[in-house]
Design a protein around this ligand. Structure first.
Ligand code: ZN
Ligand code: ZN
Length: 151
């Protein structure tokens, strides 16, 4: 059952503005992100043969960082607009809200802009621990290569 139904028979001629739905929970988003805290504000405008719904989806969502697996969180601030023919009594704006969210989800959520990820050698989080695994192995290989070409 959609939580985002709008009864068009209740919309006055001048329309409605700044309607807010707090703590909107999307089941679809559940399978993709770990958590989300989302609110929606929208207005409904009555036109000749249709209703125009314009809104903003705002809040934040959380998922594991795709690089280091630590929690990543990002802000959501999206807008949407959709017209609905006036021959219906109740409209559901949930598909529009859901699609807007899904399209704009980060492909690779990151805990920070420059996440260094996990060390591929020792598995330590390189944001919080420094290790010299890669530097070491790289240097050794390079040194050996240089030695080889000297001969
Ligand atoms: Zn990370
Ligand atoms: Zn390491």
């Amino acid at each position: 059952m959609s939580k985002l139904l709008i009864d068009l028979t209740q919309i006055p001629a001048q329309g409605i503005t700044d309607r807010v739905i707090e703590s909107y929970h999307s089941d679809e988003l559940d399978g993709i992100v770990k958590e989300h805290e989302i609110s929606i504000s929208f207005s409904v405008q009555k036109l000749d043969t249709e209703f125009l719904v314009q809104g903003t989806i705002y809040g934040s969502a959380g998922q594991d960082c795709s690089c280091c697996l630590e929690p990543a969180r990002w802000d959501i601030d999206l807008s949407f607009a959709q017209a609905y023919t006036a021959d219906q009594t109740v409209i559901d704006i949930e598909p529009e809200v859901r699609d807007t969210l899904l399209i704009n989800l980060p492909e690779k959520p990151l805990c920070r802009k420059e996440c260094k990820g996990l060390c591929t050698v020792c598995g330590k989080n390189r944001n919080t621990h420094s290790c010299d695994c890669q530097a070491e192995s790289g240097d050794i290989r390079l040194a050996k290569l240089k030695e080889f070409f000297k001969k």
